[in-house]
Design a protein. Structure first.
Length: 425
């Protein structure tokens, strides 16, 4: 471009010079020679231009080419850098995605492992609980089988003159679970069986269960109830399995059996008195107590009662005994509770009845006679009243007393040792 401009300028100069020379006639010859020289110079210049031999043009073309090449190179480098940047970003994104996927997979694996561990722990706990339940059921079944075996053995015993005998050497057979106090004091009475018989009374006794009010009369007639009058009083009592003074349970069919007068008092009563005294002296202690009537087959009248007790929290109570359900001078029919009374008992009963009639028409002092379920003090035995804690000796005034409250002592010292005081009259 520079060369063209220079050529244009030169032609303009030559043109102007030629015009000047031709405008003067006097100098036309000389001028013609000058014009020739100018034209020769112009031709040379044109020749140079036409041949592209201008050094300045070549340099300019090379510069333009270099710039173009540089620009192209820069663009190529920029494109390459962009591509490399995009590739790096893509690679980083892929790496980040892979890391996230790996982390998620790891978290999922940890969660799966945790879930598996929790499931295994739960399964182990369930298996342990099932095993414990099975063991408890097995122990319960074993205990029931042992109790049944004991009951069968006791039912087949024959009375031979001793009304109360030891079982297992007098040692209770309660398990550690039986002696647990975690529930506090409690009492439980099994349902009547298909023959309507009372079957079992269990308790963890404490002073808190002992009643404070007066006991009401009994109205329930247990199975085998065929009572009759004897010389010494009535043949049968409605006998509590767990005595009223220990639990407050009174007219509960599940806690009552038909028991002979001697079974109820003094045999069962003396054990109940021992427990009552212990609980009053040890208010925070307990007594695990079990009383089960023992029947032979489908008998309605129990052959006896199996009594077992052990104190918890303090020593003092421990026994395991069987009390025969018998009465002197009476043959019992255990199948239904009927009985045959000996001549001595019958004669005694008749004599007592005759004496009562005679006394009612006499003006002399009456001889007191016992009513149903009663005893009279002062007639040959030392008798204590478990409710009043007063004992009476032979020769003192006679008092009517419920047979269930009567306690018999061998001596006054024994009565006093049990916490009783002598009556004033």
């Amino acid at each position: 471009m520079t060369l063209l401009i220079g050529l244009w300028v030169m032609l303009a100069i030559i043109g102007g010079a030629t015009a000047g020379i031709l405008s003067h006639p006097t100098t036309r010859g000389k001028r013609s020679a000058k014009i020739g020289r100018l034209l020769t110079v112009g031709a040379v210049l044109l020749l140079l231009v036409g041949c592209g031999g201008s050094p300045s043009g070549k340099d300019s073309s090379k510069a333009d080419s270099a710039r173009s090449s540089k620009i192209a190179s820069s663009k190529a480098k920029a494109k390459q850098a962009k591509e490399e940047s995009e590739a790096k970003a893509s690679s980083e994104a892929a790496a980040s995605s892979e890391a996230a996927a790996s982390s998620e997979a790891k978290s999922s694996s940890i969660a799966a492992a945790s879930s598996s561990k929790a499931a295994a722990t739960k399964k182990a706990a369930a298996a342990k609980a099932a095993a414990a339940k099975a063991a408890a059921a097995k122990a319960k079944a074993a205990k029931a089988a042992a109790a049944k075996k004991t009951a069968t053995s006791l039912a087949n015993l024959t009375y031979s003159g001793t009304q109360t005998i030891n079982v297992n050497g007098g040692k209770p057979t309660f398990s550690s679970a039986d002696l647990s106090t975690s529930r506090g004091a409690w009492e439980s009475y099994s349902a009547l069986d298909r023959l309507n018989r009372a079957t079992d009374a269990e308790a963890l006794l404490n002073k808190s269960l002992m009643p404070t009010g007066e006991r009401e009369g009994l109205t329930w007639n247990p199975t085998g109830w065929h009572n009759k009058k004897l010389k010494s009083g009535y043949l049968y009592n409605r006998s509590h399995l767990i005595g009223y003074q220990l639990s407050g349970e009174n007219n509960n069919p599940k806690n009552l059996i038909t028991g002979t007068r001697s079974l109820n008092s003094p045999e069962m009563l003396r054990y109940e008195m021992d427990i009552a005294y212990f609980l009053k002296q040890n208010t925070r202690a307990y007594v695990r107590y079990s009383v089960k009537p023992v029947y032979r087959g489908n008998d309605l009248l129990a052959r006896g009662v199996h009594m077992m007790a052990q104190s918890v929290g303090a020593s003092g109570i421990s026994f395991n005994v069987f009390v025969f359900n018998v009465e002197s001078g009476v043959t019992l029919n255990y199948a239904d509770g009927t009985s045959t009374v000996s001549a001595a008992q019958t004669a005694g009963a008749a004599t007592a009845s005759s004496q009562k009639k005679a006394a009612s028409s006499a003006t002399t002092k009456k001889t007191p006679t016992a009513g149903a379920g009663e005893v009279i003090t002062g007639q040959g035995k030392i008798i204590g009243n478990s409710r009043s804690k007063i004992y009476h000796v032979p020769g003192q005034a006679g008092y009517h007393m419920s047979s269930e409250n009567a306690v018999y002592f061998q001596s006054e010292a024994a009565a006093q040792a049990a916490g009783y005081r002598k009556a004033k009259r």
